[in-house]
Design a protein around this ligand. Structure first.
Ligand code: ACO
Length: 448
């Protein structure tokens, strides 16, 4: 198959959020810590009526409806998530209710899990299926759905929640450059969820930042090698129009792009001019480990990369800054931000993507964009995403309400025999919501 990739895309995030500047004051953190220090504006969260299953039901039904896709046309459905609601029953099986209604139960695929990387694993599975000899001509569908919540403490402001759905097929406006993939996988304890009685992860924050940057370096090197092998010339950051990163919080994205710039400098790539080289020369002899710890290098490389950051990265930062870390959906929400910000000017552009999941697994890969044809066009996707309206119609709750909600969710996690609030006034039409968990732990959802 030619040009296999993403034909259509939609995003859903909860209509409930808290402002980071208010949270910062409420938590007694110093002013600017969450907004400038972490680079975040706002954080979305699920109330007791929403969870990863309801969000995925909402986004899948919205995508099918808005792009006019008959549910019978889906032949593979893959879900990426790290939010465990059931240790056996996949989220995919809950989504089957949408397809069963139309008589389609012939759909391969289940869930993929490894921290924030599960969505990328699900996406690769679908793309590989369409490219394989077992493809039956129907579409693949990928869903990334997560609710990122942390215990009280420094990680709490790096939460968020969202679900993304992506329709996969040939001749896509967002086509994979299949040969260009660089992967790095290793065993580390940087962020993990060993306590099955709690929704919260155990996090070694500093280690997770270093692991992320080491994985980035390694993937970038492999990606560059592949490019050089297949294209016969050196790759540098000027060869891509946009760089999209998994975005736990914006500051790490700023550091990541600066790190790519530093890599280009070490490789003597043409993207780095003489003036920038001069500023980075002092750091050439640092060992790998030293380079991850050097504050001076961080500052110098961010400064010399600033102009390229504004051009190539900034357009991807809108949703991650406004919604927070969406775990598996984070990378694809950042990509959706580019589509929605740049709308008409994307034909022919190359986008490099970096996916990172703690534990750890990571891949750098790339897309080539073309406008495409209705209904699978970039402009239609930007219309359907409707990012500005979705952001503008949210309800801002106070930090106290947010904390109260977190306490209720802690209490409810893994629980049974409860019904959720009858007041659905915060939810928009078309939203699925949790109504009840019965004495057998069975979950029930309805749609507004
Ligand atoms: N004004 C401006 N900046 C400030 C202020 C202030 N008042 N106070 C602090 N800062 C800056 C710090 O200098 C630091 O910036 P720097 O990294 O450029 O030095 C930044 O704010 C963060 O402050 P720290 O004290 O370094 O870190 P903190 O203890 O707040 O923890 C962390 C931050 C580690 C990101 C924590 O939120 C966390 O553990 N999050 C979850 C883990 C995570 O997201 N890891 C990323 C990859 S893994 C994944 O995706 C889950």
């Amino acid at each position: 198959q030619q040009g296999v990739g993403i034909l259509a895309l939609d995003i859903y995030f909860p209509p409930t959020c808290v402002h980071q500047d208010a949270l910062e004051a409420f938590d007694g953190a110093s002013k600017g810590k969450y907004t400038i220090g972490l680079g975040q504006d706002c954080m979305a969260f699920c109330t007791e009526q929403e969870d990863v299953i309801s969000m995925s039901l909402t986004v899948v039904s919205s995508l099918l409806e808005k792009f006019g896709i008959d549910p019978k046309q889906i032949g593979r459905l893959e879900v990426g998530s790290e939010t465990v609601i059931d240790k056996s029953k996949s989220i995919k099986t809950w989504l089957m209710r949408i397809f069963e209604e139309s008589g389609n139960t012939d759909i391969e695929g289940v869930d993929s899990t490894n921290a924030c990387y599960g969505g990328t694993a699900a996406l690769f599975n679908c793309v590989n299926w369409v490219e394989s000899s077992s493809w039956d001509g129907r579409y693949g569908l990928v869903v990334c759905t997560d609710s990122a919540v942390y215990a009280e403490g420094p990680a709490r402001p790096t939460g968020g929640a969202a679900a993304i759905a992506m329709l996969i097929g040939p001749n896509a406006p967002i086509a994979f450059e299949s040969k260009l993939r660089g992967t790095h996988m290793a065993h580390v304890y940087d962020f993990y969820k060993p306590n099955l009685a709690s929704e919260y992860p155990v996090v070694d924050g500093k280690l997770s930042q270093t692991c992320y940057l080491m994985a980035l370096d390694s993937c970038y090197k492999r990606f560059c090698n592949k490019f050089e092998k297949f294209e016969g010339k050196q790759f540098s950051i000027v060869d891509a129009d946009y760089f999209v990163f998994h975005s736990p919080y914006n500051k790490l994205v700023q550091k990541s792009f600066a790190r790519l710039f530093f890599n280009d400098f070490l490789r003597n790539a043409s993207s780095v001019d003489e003036e920038a080289s001069g500023k980075l020369e002092a750091f050439r002899s640092l060992t790998g480990d030293e380079s991850y710890q050097s504050r001076d290098l961080e500052k110098a490389s961010q400064q010399v990369a600033k102009q390229l950051y504004d051009e190539k990265v900034q357009p991807s930062t809108l949703l991650p800054k406004q919604v927070g870390n969406m775990y598996t959906a984070s990378l694809y929400a950042a990509f959706a931000s580019v589509l929605s910000n740049k709308k008409v000017s994307l034909g022919g552009k190359r986008v490099v993507m970096f996916s990172y999941g703690s534990g750890l697994s990571s891949t750098m890969f790339s897309f080539r964009l073309q406008e495409g044809q209705h209904p699978f066009s970039l402009s239609k996707i930007a219309d359907v995403l409707d990012v500005s309206n979705k952001l503008a119609s949210r309800h801002v709750l106070t930090p106290a309400e947010f904390v109260e909600n977190m306490k209720l969710m802690e209490h409810r996690y893994g629980g049974k025999d409860f019904v959720t609030s009858q007041d659905r006034s915060l939810l928009l039409p078309g939203t699925y919501y949790l109504t009840e968990v019965d004495s057998m732990y069975r979950r029930f959802y309805a749609k507004i």
